[in-house]
Write a protein that binds this ligand. Structure first.
Ligand code: ZN
Ligand code: ZN
Length: 124
């Protein structure tokens, strides 16, 4: 028997998002996920953006690590100069949804922040 419970709550104390390590501050809304998966009991918090990433992208049969590649493959993220989708990226730091991007064609560097809207674009 497996069960899963996903609750949308308002934080009364600080929590940490399990996926990106972002601090969820008191007063902010977040998702509390509890349940069993593959026989393991889970209890963790997700911030709003990671909730969308995990539950739309992953449930669509994709690996979370491929999220950024899907953003570039679908043209949601592209080089602001040459419009190339051949982009390298790395997460800027723990605890944010910001990524540092480098265009592999013209070497332009820029920063983006992944939003719920971008993830919704990928999975629609
Ligand atoms: Zn997160
Ligand atoms: Zn470029």
């Amino acid at each position: 028997m497996s069960f899963w419970n996903s609750r949308h709550l308002k934080a009364r104390k600080q929590h940490i998002c399990i996926y990106c390590n972002k601090a969820i501050l008191p007063g902010e809304t977040y998702w509390r996920e509890t349940g069993t998966f593959d026989g393991d009991f889970n209890d963790y918090c997700l911030d709003e953006v990671c909730k969308v990433a995990v539950h739309k992208f992953v449930e669509n049969g994709e690996e979370l690590g491929n999220l950024f590649e899907s953003l570039t493959a679908q043209g949601i993220v592209e080089c602001p100069d040459c419009k190339s989708d051949y982009v390298s990226f790395k997460r800027r730091e723990n605890g944010t949804h910001k990524y540092h991007c480098t265009c592999n064609r013209c070497d332009r560097e820029w920063e983006i922040e992944i939003t719920e809207e971008m993830i919704n674009e990928v999975v629609k």
